[in-house]
Design a protein. Structure first.
Length: 421
């Protein structure tokens, strides 16, 4: 029986594995390394976050992005975006150096048993572990607007479904959304000869400013410090103090998680979009139906003006909504024991342990508890350090055999445990 089984091999899963291996835990890691970055982003995209805020985490800080770039003869400079392909390659390099061998099979089921968990793989191997860390990234949580659900994939796809936009060359495509995924996808489509428009609910599109220089007068740094989520004290707090963020009232955390660092395009994609893409801000789709050659969309703006447009395909760059009921690899019984926050995401304790003893969560699903940093690579360091400490605490508290203890006489094994505060 392993001490820890990590499900997921993206930035969070690999960082957790590196810290767990350094701590001497017996460990197994499942997942295709950097799968979201390798398989679900089209070529030509760039990393929105700064290179210095995009490091995977190992305890000694040996395997940073700038070290990888130096070995490859590349640059990792402030305000110079990194190609997504290079970031994915960096993740593979990190995995080779900092993580035990990764098993690339897909985990299909995680179930609670006395003393820990069983994890089943796609080919029906069953592995036993005392604790599990789910670092499943964003793909289980794809969000498509209700008006577009149920339409055939030949007509509607999510932006994360595309690693290659070439099939849309010469076609008419409508991208829905106002964030970086929508705007960069639209730019790439236009640059390959696709007729493309962006339809967004916001009254106007938002663009991030060019970041201030790394070296600047001290008084400017005091007024607006750099952080992994952008300049300014508020972003610095979200970036550098996720543990303190968790101490905020739950309603405040939920509001910030839902609104902070909202949809916006990177400064370096703005000109590419505005010169080549039809922009329709302030519109929402009310109905969508298949017609010969594509779809007919009915839209309405803030003044109630209706508009009809036809397009061959819709790309919904409409983000992700982490919910307990979307973690499909969890058994029904285990999922049913998880306490949830009002937004439907799973509640966690201060060390990322869910309400079921021994089940730890990482990444986007923890943003409502630990703040906006959990939506970015920036959050991987805090998560890996804190979660592995929690795993070690749980291993000390839980005997290697027998039933996982839960408080209260007569409690059944596997019932929800109170979250540590």
């Amino acid at each position: 029986m392993y001490d820890l089984l990590v499900v997921g091999a993206g930035p969070y899963g690999l960082s957790i594995a590196a810290h767990a291996a350094d701590a001497g835990l017996s460990l197994r890691v499942f997942g295709r390394p950097m799968a979201s970055w390798r398989d679900h982003m089209p070529g030509g995209m760039f990393l929105k976050s700064e290179p210095w805020a995009s490091n995977l985490s190992d305890p000694q800080g040996r395997w940073r992005l700038d070290t990888y770039c130096a070995e490859r003869g590349l640059t990792a400079r402030h305000a110079e975006p990194i190609p997504v392909e290079e970031f994915a390659a960096y993740g593979l390099w990190f995995a080779r150096h900092a993580v035990p061998a990764v098993d690339e099979r897909t985990v299909t089921r995680v179930a609670a048993v006395p003393g820990g968990f069983t994890v089943a793989t796609e080919d029906d191997e069953v592995v036993h572990a005392r604790t599990v860390a789910l670092a499943v990234g964003v793909m289980p949580f794809i969000e498509v607007p209700p008006t577009l659900r149920g339409l055939h994939p030949s007509l509607v796809t999510h932006s994360s479904h595309h690693s290659d936009l070439a099939p849309f060359r010469g076609k008419d495509v409508t991208v829905i959304g106002g964030g970086q995924a929508a705007l960069e996808t639209a730019a790439l489509l236009a640059e390959q000869g696709t007729r493309v428009r962006v339809l967004a609910r916001a009254e106007r599109l938002r663009w991030n400013d060019v970041p201030p220089p790394w070296e600047r007068p001290w008084w400017q740094s005091v007024r607006s410090p750099h952080s992994g989520l952008g300049p300014g004290w508020r972003n610095w707090f979200y970036s550098e103090r996720p543990g303190l963020f968790r101490s905020l009232p739950q309603a405040t955390r939920a509001r910030i998680a839902a609104t902070a660092l909202g949809p916006a395009g990177a400064w370096w994609v703005r000109d590419r979009v505005e010169r080549a893409v039809e922009l329709l801000p302030g519109h929402r789709v009310t109905t969508a139906c298949a017609v010969p050659g594509g779809l007919r969309l009915e839209t309405v703006n803030r003044e109630g003006v209706l508009r009809t447009l036809e397009t061959e395909h819709v790309v919904a760059a409409t983000g992700f909504r982490p919910r307990c009921n979307r973690m499909g690899m969890l058994s029904t019984e285990l999922c049913g024991t998880l306490a949830a926050l009002p937004d439907g995401s799973p509640a966690t304790g201060h060390d990322f342990e869910s309400s079921h003893h021994g089940l730890f969560l990482a990444g986007l699903v923890t943003a409502s508890g630990f703040g906006p940093a959990m939506r970015f690579v920036q959050g991987a360091t805090f998560t890996a350090e804190t979660l592995v400490r929690g795993v070690r605490r749980r291993l000390r508290a839980t005997p290697p055999r027998g039933t996982v203890p839960v408080p209260g006489a007569g409690s059944r094994s596997g019932s929800p445990a109170p979250l540590s505060r």
